[in-house]
Design a protein around this ligand. Sequence first.
Ligand SMILES: Cc1cc2nc3c(=O)[nH]c(=O)nc-3n(C[C@H](O)[C@H](O)[C@H](O)COP(=O)(O)OP(=O)(O)OC[C@H]3O[C@@H](n4cnc5c(N)ncnc54)[C@H](O)[C@@H]3O)c2cc1C
Length: 398
Amino acid sequence: MINFELTDEQKILRESVREWAREKIAPKIPDMDVAQKYDRGIMDEMGELGFLGVSIPEKYGGSGMDYISTAIVSEELEYVDSSLRVVISVHNGLNSLGIYQWGNEEQKQKYLATQAQGKKLSTYGLTEPNAGSDVGGMLSNTKEDGDFYILNGNKIWISLADTADNFIIFAKSDISKGSRGISCFIVEREFNGVSTGSIKNKLGVRAGNTGFINFDDVPIPKENLLGELGEGFKIAMSCLDNGRFTVAAGSVGLAKAARAASVKYSKERKTWGKEIREHQLIQRLIAHMSRGIDTAELLVWKAGWLKNLGRRNTRETALAKWHATNIASQCADDAIQIHGSYGYSNEFPVERYWRNARGARIYEGTDQIQEIMAGQYATGLREDKPLRKELPGWTPED
Ligand SMILES: Cc1cc2nc3c(=O)[nH]c(=O)nc-3n(C[C@H](O)[C@H](O)[C@H](O)COP(=O)(O)OP(=O)(O)OC[C@H]3O[C@@H](n4cnc5c(N)ncnc54)[C@H](O)[C@@H]3O)c2cc1C
């Protein structure tokens, strides 16, 4: 039976994230956005509130909640600002769930607990200056040396690069094998030869940190190989099933924020003696927002339902990400239209929504990559094969 009712636990979670984000954090965001100022203290609070380990089982220090709860946290955070949700995507979705899925018991004990409680912040390094969508083109590489892999290379456009404590990093352990030669390593900021920096003047996510990481002969202990040698591409893609889910859910939040701002303004602004909400062309823009928001939300819930059951959801999550990010982008664009010239200034939040929404159509797989995947699934050119380690579903015992 399909059930759209949230559990009492999920309702309480929504209320607590909403109250914290809208009352405590939202007032700080406009200044942080203008100043391009990232605030690690906010991440610490997110950790204390349990948001940074929402779907990590309690035995690994997490909150033990299900994947719909992860969607709720993502949505409520991005309602306020995308920079908050990006942390959920890279820290929870791409890194921690990746370690939960692929890590051995020692790795889970060592890294998950501190990450789930936000004592350590983590991210995911796949993209390089010359390779984004075409992951197999990466140049970062490792060589074995006794008890270590020695890592060299560069990553760019990495969320939280300049602030995270732990990274999962993809690099070729065998450069002769293309994407099959990629392996995945847990790297700590404290390892010798790791250096990072921030990218300034991005279009959006300006209250968040995005940057580059350089690896100069970094010795990685062999026990920090995640999965097996040569398994990195599969790990990278499976992590994206979790990151994209949070991007999709967050986009629903951004779209709802754009609609709420539009409805509010449409009651305040008058033309020809009427509130502009009375003009049918304004209603149409808002009606289209509602159509998009509800369909995006349904796709997110379907993907979350599959995740809770522990079933593969690559197709459904990619569809949710593709649709929801485009809906968010369109809602933000139409919200600017509804605000007229005022929407074109930062007196109102809608221009920030528009800038933030744009990025989500690029990261974690561009629009084109999601479209290619959807086309391949539909035509039978792509099908999911079982992975050596599947992400476990959710049970109340978690
Ligand atoms: C704010 C932000 C945060 C990010 N955070 C992270 C992060 O934490 N970790 C990380 O690893 N990366 C991160 N990224 C990087 C992001 O995931 C990549 O930039 C993205 O995957 C696209 O890669 P690219 O920029 O190299 O574009 P390219 O791959 O060079 O693509 C350029 C254009 O060509 C199109 N294209 C490429 N191949 C095809 C094809 N086969 N058919 C049709 N069109 C194609 C693309 O869709 C795009 O329009 C982030 C990016 C941003 C903007």
